[in-house]
Design a binder for this molecule. Structure first.
Ligand code: SF4
Length: 67
């Protein structure tokens, strides 16, 4: 399993700007709650799920099942 950044540098730049504006909370979600601090609970759960492969909700990170 490995986590990589989205290869699209424009998306990475936009999401990182969004994260900075929100003080580290997910730019794609409205609530400022601990679950939404990057890496958010949803993505941590997806990382823990042995069957999940794909992007996090914001598409900043990609989880691949291969090393
Ligand atoms: S969806 Fe991605 S960028 Fe947004 S908080 Fe979760 S891990 Fe971070």
């Amino acid at each position: 399993m490995k986590i990589t950044l989205n290869p699209d540098e424009e998306i990475v730049k936009l999401i990182r700007e969004g994260l900075e504006k929100k003080g580290g909370y997910c730019p794609c979600r409205r609530e400022i709650i601990p679950e939404n601090k990057c890496m958010c609970k949803e993505f941590r759960d997806q990382i823990a799920d042995p069957a999940y492969e794909g992007f996090c909700h914001c598409m900043l990170y990609y989880k691949s099942l291969e090393d």
